[in-house]
Design a protein around this ligand. Sequence first.
Ligand code: PBE
Length: 267
Amino acid sequence: GSDKTAGEMVDYKITGIDPGAGIMEATDRAISDYGLDKWELTTGSGAAMTASLKKAIDKEEPIIITGWTPHWMFTKYDLKYLDDPKGSYGGEEEIHTIGRLGLKEDYPEAYQILQNFKWDEEDMGEVMIAIIDGEDPKVAAENWVKDNEDKVAEWTDGVEKVDGEKFNLAYVAWDSEIASTNVMAKVLEDQGYKVKMSQVEAGPMWTSVADGSSDALLAGWLPVTHKTYAEKYEGKFEDLGTSMTGVKIGLTVPEYMDIDSIEDLKE
Ligand code: PBE
């Protein structure tokens, strides 16, 4: 045990990810909602954050990160979300598939598959774990598709093959979205599309679908995480439905830390 407060232990630092992520906006909101005046949210990337997390865990040192599920970090490490009694992070989120306007007319086959696309935390976890264990994302996705023919058959049920049409999927290099986007790219390729995956920041990802330069994104975390983007581009995209429900974002710490709530950061 230590007499230090959580703030003293981590230098009043929350280890964040890329500045455009919805979880960064939610964390700024938490800092204000809970009066965490001394605290700072650092920016970086998902990969930099998980590297810092690994370093801390290896030495059993304190760390506070911006976490989300599904994510392999909850499988590899013993972690817990800090309670959020003020609801700064929303509650249960859903992952929505977002298409550009006109997609249904231009690519009815892809449109249908994207609308049918539904999987669960365990499915995505398999792909994420394979990747973090060293598999190439493309190969991990191919293997998942091969091992889950029944599920994929439901997404493509009754959909006709196409002949090399170009399809552009925008995504951010978040581990969850690397998994989903590689899987969908493989499914659309098997359908006959020539798929391009464009890795961008969160803002440009939404912009590219809204201005039609991308056909779809799979990373629409709603109702809270990407609320600002969804509102900004209202009427300029089509919500194709949820691919996953019961997902979550929030401040995350190793189990060995002696705090349970964001309110404990005030002390
Ligand atoms: N995430 C993963 C994203 C959405 C998916 C939680 C880091 C975000 O915060 O915008």
